[in-house]
Design a protein around this ligand. Structure first.
Ligand code: SF4
Length: 362
């Protein structure tokens, strides 16, 4: 059998394909998942794969480009297959970022955390991808193909980043049931667009019409400045832009660490929003300077205090909690030295009763 040009194969994948294992191709609407689907179907046809094949799309809600679902459906139609669309039951990514802020605020008010936790996901803490995509897709596949070994295809390419350049063509989940296969891991961007063109398909309009270098969430935590600017200029992004800037204002946490989404295209915001954003940025500076007065020993580890505070430490925390609560308008408890000492004692007693490892820590 002639192997399609440049496809990354391993003996394990060849064996699973030969035995008819189910193949699920994750599609996002982006070019890489289109190219991965094309390369996979071409290989499976030549290998006379007899098992089930599906295209699966995790819909993250309002953060998605309007065209992404359409592109995924067109791709499925191209192969004569249905598209499986999965969503997190508790809501899309914007809802998750908002609920995380609400949780951070509530935990701060009750002194279940010493410092406020940012609402946004970060490159080091990508709960957006793990909760909204990986977990939802894997759960569906395990239900759909119970007890079978499943090939899970992704469009990851080594060219994309230093971390991806080190990835192997396959990896297996801890239960040994799902084998993630990266068939186009060594493809170049030209090969990707070339494969889409050769198949008579069109890439997502965000590349050529909107000027995006990557198609992901409209505003991704890892987007570069040019992509954020291009996304912010699109008419379809305006509602989401306003909602995300409102969350930056409410939380005083910038979307990308030190880069505020509200600064990307200020001309798209009302003067009142720009004014509130400036106040939020000033609040962020003050919050950081207040938090800098706290020592590491005063912070919680995995949600729990390490020890009781000295009276001096409790006084420092008391001062910080009063300032931050006033700044944000929080209805915080434990705003006195004795109240803080009482809360630490309560938490330490609770900690010793429970095994923290068994507690869900968000
Ligand atoms: S595209 Fe970006 S923001 Fe969206 S889920 Fe992936 S990493 Fe998170």
């Amino acid at each position: 059998m002639e192997i399609p040009h440049n496809i990354s194969l391993t003996p394990e994948i060849e064996g699973l394909v030969a035995s008819g294992s189910p193949v699920a191709i994750g599609v996002s609407g982006g070019k890489d998942s289109q190219a991965a689907a094309l390369a996979t179907f071409s290989y499976l046809d030549r290998a006379q794969h007899s098992g089930p094949r599906i295209l699966i799309h995790a819909d993250l809600g309002s953060v998605e480009w309007s065209d992404s679902l359409r592109i995924c459906k067109e791709l499925a139609t191209h192969f004569g297959r249905d598209l499986v669309v999965v969503r997190r039951k508790a809501g899309g990514l914007m809802e998750r970022w908002k609920s995380r802020w609400l949780s951070s605020k509530t935990r701060y008010e009750s002194l279940s955390t010493v410092t406020l936790v940012p609402c946004w996901s970060t490159p080091a803490m990508r709960f957006c991808t793990s909760e909204q995509k990986t977990h939802v897709i894997m759960a569906d596949l395990k239900r759909r193909f119970k007890g079978q070994k499943i090939i899970n295809v992704t469009g990851v390419r080594r060219e994309e980043s230093a971390a991806r350049s080190r990835m192997p063509p396959t990896s297996t989940d801890t239960a040994g049931q799902i084998i993630t296969w990266r068939p186009i891991i060594d493809h170049t961007v030209d090969e990707v667009f070339g494969a889409i063109h050769d198949a008579g398909l069109l890439p997502h309009p965000a590349y050529r019409e909107f000027g995006m270098s990557r198609v992901s969430c409209r505003f991704c935590i890892m987007s570069n400045l040019a992509d954020l600017q291009a996304a912010a200029l699109q008419p379809e992004s305006q509602g989401l832009l306003q909602e995300m800037v409102d969350l930056e204002i409410e939380s005083s946490f910038a979307f990308q660490g030190s880069r505020w989404l509200g600064d990307i295209a200020p001309e798209k915001l009302s003067s009142s929003t720009r004014h509130r954003l400036k106040q939020a940025q000033e609040r962020a500076i003050k919050r950081k300077s207040v938090e800098a007065t706290l020592t590491k020993a005063m912070l919680f580890t995995k949600g729990w205090p390490e020890r009781m505070l000295t009276d001096d430490e409790a006084a420092l925390l008391c001062n910080a909690r009063n300032q931050i609560s006033k700044m944000y308008g929080f209805a915080s408890d434990h705003l006195t030295v004795s109240g803080i000492q009482h809360r630490y004692a309560e938490l330490l007693a609770e900690k010793s009763e429970k095994n923290p490892k068994q507690m869900e820590f968000w």
